[in-house]
Design a protein around this ligand. Structure first.
Ligand SMILES: C[S@@+](CC[C@H](N)C(=O)[O-])C[C@H]1O[C@@H](n2cnc3c(N)ncnc32)[C@H](O)[C@@H]1O
Ligand code: SF4
Length: 382
């Protein structure tokens, strides 16, 4: 069982790269179309300024709080950070204490030809997350992706050749017109590749996206249910453990960085629109950087950090920890929120009685995971 220990001091660093070759119609991530005059060197300077300031104000205190603390994970996310020149990654990583860390780079397969995977490996990346989405070309076209299935397969093979032995494949399901067979074919391909990790997200229509303006025809509820059921069974048969709602891994390739989020650990966030969460002197501080790359580059710090209000803490913790199929031990709740478990015991007992959560751990039952929103509602008010 995956158990974040109370004593384990995880600390992540998220680095956001805010550009993509082209915006996908379903995506509401902070990403902007890359232009010919986008100045990567200037963005790197802003990232370094951001890192140095956050390190001075939050990071160094947080790092000093635990002797010899290093970042346990670094995650280059986007946008499309595989557009970032490897030498810039090298430069940035050289400033960050991260010995033994998991260092992930998100890769859009349509950009795999720009820089070699060996260069990324030499820069210090040791885990890749490949945005495959689907292996059906007609589907990729509908999703507005810049690549076809062959490019994803080639990217995966090149990554292996370059020595990457920890690769995640992102897939989406519930795609326009998708059948159970088509969804399983996507999973089968990722399984055949022997990806160490598969993220299997249900497509959601996000506000303000192209798909929200012109919604595609999605499969009916019954088909969605069948896809989910068949997909979960297929992944399990193939030896992947579902450890979070949408995350599946072959032991021990669980994503350390995402586990930090889900177990309510601390992380710094640098880059346009990046979020951070740091516990200092018993307070939980949240940081957020300006989303617009231009504004971020002018003033990376943007607005000051805010303290999470005590009445929000329980909900925030549960929104993360209960996504994990095994949740966390109750002691981790107290260690990461500063709140005694006894305080939430009455609400917890009501959920236990409904069969939605477990008595022995801060975790849902299989039923509770299915109706996670109803479980979380319990923690909405005082
Ligand atoms: C930042 S993107 C990954 C890297 C890269 N930008 C790419 O798309 O190849 C993170 C992942 O979130 C998932 N995702 C994005 N928008 C989604 C949506 N509306 N519904 C479900 N999954 C979504 C996709 O699987 C995507 O690969
Ligand atoms: S490439 Fe990734 S981040 Fe960029 S728009 Fe598409 S899904 Fe979003």
């Amino acid at each position: 069982m995956l158990d974040p220990r109370e004593s384990e001091d995880v600390l992540g660093l998220y680095v956001h790269f805010p550009w993509c070759v082209k915006k996908c119609p379903y995506c509401d991530f902070n990403s902007h179309p890359l232009k010919a005059d986008t100045d990567q060197a200037a963005y790197l300077d802003a990232l370094i300024e951001d890192w140095q300031k956050q390190h001075a104000t939050l990071g160094s205190q947080r790092l000093l709080a635990v002797p010899s603390q290093q970042f346990t994970s670094v995650f280059f996310g986007g946008g499309t950070p595989s557009l970032f020149e490897p030498r810039h990654l090298t430069h940035l990583l050289a400033q960050i204490p991260h010995e033994g860390a998991e260092v992930t780079l998100e890769v859009n397969p349509g950009t795999a030809e720009r820089h070699s995977f060996s260069e990324f490996r030499s820069a210090g990346i040791n885990r890749l997350s490949l945005g495959a989405q689907s292996f059906a070309d007609t589907q990729l076209q509908q999703l507005g992706r810049i690549h076809r299935s062959t490019e994803t397969l080639n990217a995966f093979a090149s990554a292996r050749e370059a020595g990457f032995n920890n690769i995640n494949v992102d897939l989406m399901w519930g795609l326009p017109g998708q059948t159970v067979e088509a969804a399983l074919a996507d999973l089968n391909q990722a399984i055949e590749l022997q990806a160490e990790h598969i993220s299997w997200y249900q497509l959601t229509i996000e506000a303000k996206t192209e798909f929200a303006k012109r919604p595609p025809i999605l499969p009916k509820d019954k088909i969605l249910q069948d896809i989910e059921e068949a997909g979960l069974e297929r992944l399990s048969q193939a030896g992947y453990t579902r450890y979070e709602v949408s995350a599946f891994a072959k032991d021990p390739a669980y994503c350390r960085h995402n586990l930090t989020y889900w177990s309510f650990g601390d992380y710094l966030g640098i880059g346009a629109g990046a979020h951070g969460k740091v516990t200092l002197n018993g307070d939980i501080l949240r940081t957020q950087r300006p989303s617009q790359p231009r504004l971020y580059q002018k003033d990376p710090e943007g607005t000051p950090s805010t303290t999470v209000a005590a009445d929000q803490l329980v909900l925030e913790f549960m929104m993360n920890a209960l996504r994990l199929t095994d949740g966390v031990p109750q002691s981790v709740f107290t260690q990461r929120t500063g709140i005694e478990w006894e305080q939430i015991q009455p609400k917890w007992c009501e959920l236990v009685a409904l069969g939605l959560v477990r008595e022995d751990r801060c975790a849902t039952t299989a039923l509770g995971l299915r109706y996670l929103d109803s479980v979380l509602e319990k923690f909405l008010g005082p």
